[in-house]
Design a binder for this molecule. Sequence first.
Ligand code: IDP
Ligand code: MG
Length: 150
Amino acid sequence: MERTFVLAKPDAVQRGLIGEIINRLEHRGLRLVAAKFVKVDRGLAEQHYAIHKSKPFYEGLINYITSAPVMAMVWEGPNAIAAVRQTMGATHPSEAAPGTIRHDYGLEIGRNLTHASDGTHTAAEEITLWFKANELINWSRDLDCWIFEE
Ligand code: IDP
Ligand code: MG
């Protein structure tokens, strides 16, 4: 079972789309492991987006992610990292496939509603950055056998 880190970004929170994002991931069959509502400070934002430090959009990105609270989550399931990125859609909403969150709710790359880890290494790093070990809940659902084959 794979775990991935997900954010409903400030625009999603301001627009009342936390529930919609959770709904889509729940309906996909993914299992929630952890969630918290966070006002991101600049230090956390800089750590989370360290890989983008040299990019021209970096300052705007830090301002965006610290501009309002975010909903930070961990979700798990088979191939959860790829599954969540597929449900989110391409980074630029204008390139995201219809039916994805970024397509259905977004227009601009700098207001693309969600973050999701892009690989096993970043997923592990991001989960550790945002959550303490005891905030991650190991549990099972009665319907897991109808979603997970094994
Ligand atoms: P991802 O969120 O799909 O993984 P990344 O390339 O990792 O995309 O970029 C991180 C975030 O930085 C994007 O989700 C978006 O909010 C922002 N971003 C990326 N490229 C641009 C850009 O060209 N202009 C403004 N913001 C950008
Ligand atoms: Mg990324």
